[in-house]
Design a protein around this ligand. Structure first.
Ligand SMILES: O=C(O)CCC(=O)C(=O)O
Length: 274
């Protein structure tokens, strides 16, 4: 499917509800994606072979065998339309999810918009672990967004409602679909099996000069994955000038990460699983 920009209606939908689904947007690359996905998970490192007991997470992910996804006109269209032409790539993760994922936001960004592009690689619905979102929950300045903070993750306590029964929109998926959501949007997954395959591409707005410390602080949180740089060598070394536009601000601001990660290696048994 070709797509060079989102329509005004798609942008309005995303801004209003905090998510949008693009059915079968990557159907033409699915075989390649499935192959690269499987190949990216380390086979020789026993600790990283998914055994279904807990989530397995590899970071960075597309950087290893799918860097070119970042050059795809469809990814560029999503980034440019929702974040501006100078958007930043903000890393990726590849996952085998196990069981439920409780309600959470991926961030609480008051100024700069961060979004996640999610590729689920199994057919899923509400009874088998499809992602659910609370429409409008990304609007952290609105009273609704504020009311959800601190309550949604503890729905039993606050509302006497099980996580799976919190009012939400279920994003059924067929492999080839692409889901995009604002990091501030509350999301979760229920009733899934122990082998749900999914990977992400994270993007954000370019930070203004006066907010660069905020960007550096965000980058610091990658230390839990034991990364020396946010992006892999392959991602950096194969970058065209167009791709570099989306890498350079993070590359210029991740110089402190290696030292932080070195500290984490001393205190953590393995890199974080999410
Ligand atoms: O599919 C899942 O279990 C949850 C996905 C998720 O929480 C995320 O992408 O941040």
């Amino acid at each position: 499917m070709s797509m060079t920009a989102l329509t005004k209606e798609q942008i309005d939908f995303f801004e209003t509800f905090g998510f949008i689904k693009f059915p079968q947007l990557f159907a033409d690359r699915l075989d390649w994606i499935l192959e690269q996905f499987a190949d990216t998970f380390p086979q020789e490192d026993k600790a990283m072979v998914h055994d279904g007991s807990k989530r397995t997470c590899v970071v960075p992910f597309i950087d290893q065998k799918m860097s070119t996804l970042l050059d795809d006109p469809r990814i560029l269209a999503i980034g440019s339309s929702l974040l501006g032409d100078d958007f930043n790539y903000m890393g990726s993760d590849g996952n085998y999810y196990t069981g439920d994922t409780g309600w959470h936001r991926d961030g609480f960004h008051k100024k700069h918009r961060h979004l996640k592009i999610a590729f689920y690689l199994d057919q899923l619905d509400g009874n088998s672990g499809a992602l659910r979102v609370i429409p409008g929950s990304h609007r952290v300045h609105d009273q609704f967004g504020k009311d959800l903070t601190g309550t949604t993750g503890k729905s039993e306590t606050f509302w006497q409602v099980a996580g799976a029964d919190v009012p939400a929109y279920v994003l059924d998926v067929t492999p080839g679909d692409v889901l995009v959501f604002n990091h501030n949007t509350f999301h979760s997954s229920w009733n899934g099996n122990s082998n749900r395959r999914m990977f992400t591409i994270n993007l954000c707005e370019r930070y203004e000069e006066q907010d660069l410390q905020e960007l550096r602080d965000y980058i610091s949180s990658f230390d839990r994955f034991w990364l020396d740089r946010v992006f892999s060598e392959t991602m950096r070394n194969t970058a065209s000038p167009e791709r570099m536009k989306h890498l350079e601000q993070v590359m210029a601001n991740d110089g402190h990460l290696a030292a932080l990660s070195a500290e984490k290696r001393l205190t953590m048994a393995e890199p974080s699983r999410g």
